[in-house]
Structure formats: structure tokens, C-alpha cells
Design a protein around this ligand. Structure first.
Ligand code: ASP
Length: 330
């Protein structure tokens, strides 16, 4: 049987890092990663598209990555993207929106320790990503520490441990256990064509509410050309209203045409603005619930929606739509 054709797009990150006077910096090519990995049962092609620490991966780089995936999607059975772990969940989430109905599996991976260091987690993660790119149904994934997660559900939860990512609010799509590579969940297939749409609006703001937050700062955002906000509110979505009325400030912004999305600062489970008075006030003012989305998914979905020219109502409808498995709607 012919080997599956897999493309490795390398972008930098710890996996490709080397020691320098300034600390770890990306310095190895994708070809060097493959050489250290050794033989794999796939027909692998490598393209270096970036060489950056992922703290420097921004919307300009998202466009480069999305275009590279789109250009190559019909020539390979799957694509692996090696990427720094720090912003990998943001990039994987944004790819979910920029490359809707992708026709092959695209798997992001990286490591906590560089590939060229003995006992690194990089070989395992890269092997896992190749296996996922060769066998999963089309979608955007993140492979790390024997787990494959939907990109738009993954969050970096540890700074140094090998188990750095979690699939939040949904089980991992696949895992490696003593039974081998086990696929656990599938989404219904669609026959829709993949569309590349990299238009986004980056004039957005994501912040975590804390006791004492001055709502005048929210109003100041509107004066500084902010087009949309995600608030990590308390618990199910509560916002302060005595003395410092956050809910009222949210209402003022929404009246000015600035959508405000409420997520929870709890990592797990959903937000539900209907349950408490402190959530309902924000809901009455027009706050949009992110349900059980990650903050990474919520901010990238907002950027993408605004980039399409959506107004407040259209953004509200968009957040009530499951694009690629990023949200569980009741
Ligand atoms: N700072 C690195 C990066 O995100 C961390 C890593 O890759 O693990 O590029």
C-alpha cells in the first residue's frame, strides 16, 4: 500500500529551538526535525514557512500559515504544523475559522523541550501528529502528550510539564493508550468546499474581570477604536453592578455597535448568563454568551466575525452557531 503523503510545515517554537546567548531561540529547520526523528512510515515533505517563537506569532503569521495550508491541501493526505506551544491554541483556533470545511486533517504540535535535547517530548509529539494527520477525519487538531484535541477546544494549561494541553469541555478526539491509537469522537462529515478567508479585525480586547475593575476603562476602549470585547466574567458569567456597574458599561458599548462577549474565567464548563441576577443584567444589556468556548476560541471567533463585517446582531447569531465543534449549544 502506498504510504500516506504528509506535509510538515515548520514555524519554529521550542521544538525547533537551540541554545543562544539570549536564551532559547528557534534555529532548526523542519528537515533537521525529521532527521532527528528518524524514519516514519509516511511519505513526508517539509516546508519551512516561519522560524519564530510563538509569542511572536500574530495575525500576519496566521495569514501565512492559513495560506500555506490552503495551497497544499489537495496535494497531501494530511498536514502537520510544528509550532511553539505558547500561542498554539490561538493559532489552531483561528485556523478553524479561516479554513472552514478543510478537506484534510491539519495537526498542530510542538514540545516543551527542544527536539535536539535528549529525552525531549518532541519525537513523541511529532510521531503522534503524523499518525493523526494520516488517520483522522478532516479538521484542525492539536496533538500533544498522547492526546489529540480539536484545535478550537485546546488550551495550554501547564508551562513546563509534558501534559501541557487539555481538551476543554469535550473529550479528546483520540488518545494513545496501551491499545494503540484510539479514535474516540467523530463529527458528521460535510461535503462543503474548503474556503480560505483570512479577513479579520484585530481591534478587539480580551480581559479578565477582577473585583475593583473600573468600568470607565471599558468606555475608554470604545474611544480608542475598539471594535469588540471578550470579558472573562465570574463563574457562570456574573458581572459587578454595585458601585462599579460593568453591566451598564457593557450596555453602552453595545449601543455604540461594539459586541461584548461573556465567557467564564473558570476553565471548565459553560457560562450561562440566565442563572444569576448578576448575569441577567449583562444579558439584558445585550452581552453575548460564549457558552462553553475557550477564551482562545472566543477571541479568534470575534476577530473573524468582525473581519467579515458582522454587526452586533450578526456576531450574536455567529456565537449561537457551531462552526467546527468549538461550542456546545443547548
Ligand atoms: N516559547 C515557546 C514558543 O511558544 C514555548 C514552546 O514552544 O513550548 O514558541
Amino acid at each position: 500500500m502506498a504510504q500516506k503523503k504528509i506535509l510538515l510545515l515548520s514555524t519554529g517554537g521550542t521544538i525547533a529551538s537551540v541554545v543562544s546567548d539570549q536564551g532559547l531561540v528557534p534555529g532548526e529547520s523542519g528537515e533537521q526535525l525529521i532527521q532527528t526523528l528518524g524514519s516514519v512510515p509516511y511519505d513526508v515533505t517539509v516546508k519551512d514557512i516561519l522560524q519564530l517563537d510563538s509569542s511572536n506569532i500574530q495575525p500576519e503569521e496566521w495569514k501565512i500559515i492559513a495560506e500555506a495550508i490552503y495551497r497544499n491541501r489537495n496535494d497531501y493526505d494530511g498536514i502537520v504544523v510544528s509550532h511553539g506551544t505558547d500561542t498554539m491554541a490561538y493559532t489552531a483556533s483561528m485556523m478553524t475559522f479561516m479554513l472552514q470545511h478543510i478537506n484534510i486533517p491539519v495537526v498542530f504540535t510542538g514540545s516543551q523541550v527542544p527536539m535536539n535535547v535528549i529525552l525531549s517530548d518532541a519525537p513523541d509529539n511529532l510521531q503522534l501528529a503524523f499518525a493523526a494527520a494520516a488517520s483522522l477525519q478532516p479538521n484542525i487538531y492539536l496533538a500533544f502528550n498522547r492526546k489529540i484535541m480539536r484545535g478550537c477546544r485546546s488550551v495550554k494549561v501547564r508551562t513546563t510539564a509534558f501534559d501541557a494541553f487539555e481538551s476543554v469541555n469535550v473529550p479528546p478526539v483520540a488518545e494513545v493508550t496501551s491499545d494503540g491509537f484510539t479514535i474516540k469522537t467523530k463529527r458528521p462529515r460535510t461535503d462543503e468546499q474548503c474556503v480560505l478567508n483570512t479577513k479579520i479585525d484585530t481591534n478587539v480586547f480580551l480581559f479578565k474581570l477582577f473585583p475593583g475593575f473600573d468600568p470607565r476603562l471599558l468606555r475608554a476602549l470604545a474611544k480608542h477604536d475598539c471594535h469588540g470585547i471578550v470579558i472573562e466574567a465570574y463563574g457562570l458569567g456574573g458581572m459587578t453592578y454595585i458601585r462599579r456597574n460593568i453591566a451598564a458599561a457593557v450596555g453602552e458599548l453595545i449601543k455604540q455597535g461594539i459586541p461584548v462577549v461573556a465567557t467564564s474565567q473558570c476553565l471548565y464548563e459553560r457560562s450561562d448568563l440566565t442563572k444569576y441576577e448578576v448575569g441577567r443584567q449583562a444579558l439584558v444589556e445585550g452581552a453575548i454568551s460564549a457558552h462553553d468556548m475557550t477564551s482562545e476560541s472566543a477571541i479568534t471567533k470575534l476577530m473573524w466575525g468582525l473581519g467579515q463585517g458582522m454587526n452586533v446582531q450578526a456576531i450574536a447569531n455567529f456565537f449561537a452557531t457551531d462552526v467546527a465543534g468549538e461550542v456546545t449549544l443547548d
